[in-house]
Structure formats: C-alpha cells, structure tokens
Design a protein around this ligand. Sequence first.
Ligand SMILES: [Zn+2]
Length: 412
Amino acid sequence: MAPRPREAPPLPAPRPGEAPPEEKRGVSVSSLPSSIDQELLRAVPMHLVLAGCGQQWVNRARDEYHLSQRVNEIDTFLSHDWGTKRWLKYATLLVYFNSVPAALASLLMCMLVCVLIIFRVLDGWLPGTLTIHGAYWFVFVFWQNIRSLYKKNMAFLDRLCIAQHDVDLKKQGILSLGGVLSKSRKLVVLWSPRYFTRLWTAFELSSFLRENEGKGKDINFAPASMGPLLVYFSVFETLLVTSFHILVARYVESVLQQENTYLSSLWHFTATMLVICAPAFLVIAPIVLYLGTMQMKALLQLGKQLDDFKIRDAQCSCCQWNHCHPETGEILLCDRMLVFQTLKRWYPSETSSDAHLDRFDEMVHTELGGFVRNILGNGAPPLWQVLALTVHPLLGFWCLYVYLAVNEHLFP
Ligand SMILES: [Zn+2]
C-alpha cells in the first residue's frame, strides 16, 4: 500500500560531506526563515490545481514541479492536510472559488433568455431553462480556466511548488515555507478534523498570522465537508424545482386546453409528482442530512481540539515513518525539530529549554483559537455561498413565467 502523503514533502538528510544549505543559499537548516530566495517563490494557476477533478490532490510519485512557475507574489496559499479525501477538497474549492461567478453567469443567461422570449426569438421555455442551468454548471466547473485567459489566480500547492526531483531544491523549498507565507496575499484553510492534529498545518496557519500581523491579509476557512454539502443541496433543489415546474406546466396546459392526457387527472398528476420527487427525497436528502450532521460534529470537535492542542503531540509523517522513507529507504531529517527550532526563534526571550513550545501552545489556545472561532462563528456557511448555490435553480424557471406571460393567447 502506498504510504500516506504528508503535509509537506519529507526533508531529506544532507548527503555525507555535503555542504549545509545555508552555505549555498544563505538560509539556516535549523529553523524556517521568513525571507525567501526569489527562485523558490513559486505558484501554479488555479485551473491546474483543479484540473482532472482535483487529480493534483492525490499524492503521486510523478514529479510535476514544472507546472509551477516563479512569481513575485502568491494570490492564494492553500493550507490542507493530505489525509483528507481529494473529492471533498475539490468540491469545496469549486464552491469557494467558482460558485459566485457561476451564479452571475446564470443570472446573465436568464436575462438574455427572457429578452429572447419577449422578442419572440426563442419559442419555448424548456431550451431556455436548460441553457440557464447549463451556463451555471459549466462556469461552476470551468471558471478558473475561463479566468486564466485574462488573469490567472496563482496558488501555492505544496506538491507542485516544492521540487520533488532535486534533493537540494526540495530542502530549500521546505525551508522557505515561512517566506512563501509572508509573500501570500490570502490563506485558504481547507479545514478538516485532522487539520489541528498535524504539525505542518498548525504551523502554517500560525506562521501566516505571525508574518502578516497588522497587514490586513485574508485568512479564509473552507471546511472541506462544506463544499459537497452545498453541491448536494443545490442538486436536490434543482431536481425538485425542475420536476415541479415541468409537471405543473404540463398540467396547466392540459387543463386549460381541455386536453385529455394522463396528467389531466389531478390524481395522476400527484402520483407522477411523488414518483419523480421520491429519488430526491430518498437518495439525496439523506446524503445532505448525513453531510450536514458530520459537518456539525466536526465543528463541535474544533473547540476542544484547539483547547487541547500541544505542539509536542502534533503528528508529522517523518516521525511516523521513523525517519526512514518507506519507499526509498532514504534517511529523513526530523521536521518536528525544524519547527521546534523555528519556534525558539519566535520566542527568543524564553530561556528554559521547552518554554517556547509552551508559549506556542498558549498562543494556539488563546489568539489562534479566538481567531478561528470568530471566523467560523456558528459553523454555518457564509451567506454568499448559500445564495450562489441555491438561487440558480429558481433563476432557471423565470423564463417559464415570462413565456406564459408573453404567450397568454395560447391559453384560452
Ligand atoms: Zn520527525
């Protein structure tokens, strides 16, 4: 079985007789500096981060460092743990980055379809409805590709932006994480219940807060289970609204035109409605409820996780692997020691051997804990996300009412 990937690539030990990296690039291997060699400041366009339904979120042996490019500043630093499922992160990133443009696209398409119906260019409402829904889902999936044509959203994803093919580059990339964070405009935390149990993710978030204190940079929490929950709800709503409108339109039409069709009978109409809606209630609604419950449960754990946080107990793969790479057998330096030394530099006034670790724990319990609770609030998704995913099923049927109003002569 392939080993579980880690938050950042393992830091290999220097080769025998090899000069310490500080002699090569002016950084220390004993702690993580906040400055960065410009060569190491790299990012990858967001459409590549999302390509292939989130293929980049699976740790593969293939080195894809070439996908990243040198930048002066990073738009979005993506902080995540590798143990959380790829599809959760993919759906959450789509909701976070693409749902609002998709809602705007469906609104514009709705207005266009209505104008075409009013001027009788479009005869019929169903093609219009399908076009509005199609526009929404197309932009929802491909917005970052469209956006990359005029302005790329450059993101830092550790696997693509830290070299895997070159031991020296890999070391320098990991050692430069503090500098990368200081050059990032925004931090997006793909939070999962594992997040604050891992050494690197807790360090990344704390480091971003510290490096950018008072600079007004954004930290956004995107719980990884929130994306699928909102997408499922959106599909659920679309199915219900679509079934309702198609059946009602057929029923009204048959009654007004005194046709004797199957749907002319109210009993048949009700039975058909139940048959069509049953899958939505029996399949999608339980999934929505399940995901919602899991989300609430995870958020309830968060407060306790922050209160109980101890950097000494945080997990990192090098220690889990006993500092020997399970695939290559390569001896690994301990990331925990590296982070601990960095924390010593953060709190230079602490003289006793472990006091800097206690200071960090205290900072997580108070400042970071307060900050996270404040951002997450009661755990409900932001209103803009909910609106962006729930308005388009309704927009899709405006054209039906416009069509009925314009063509009222059809109904005696
Ligand atoms: Zn270790």
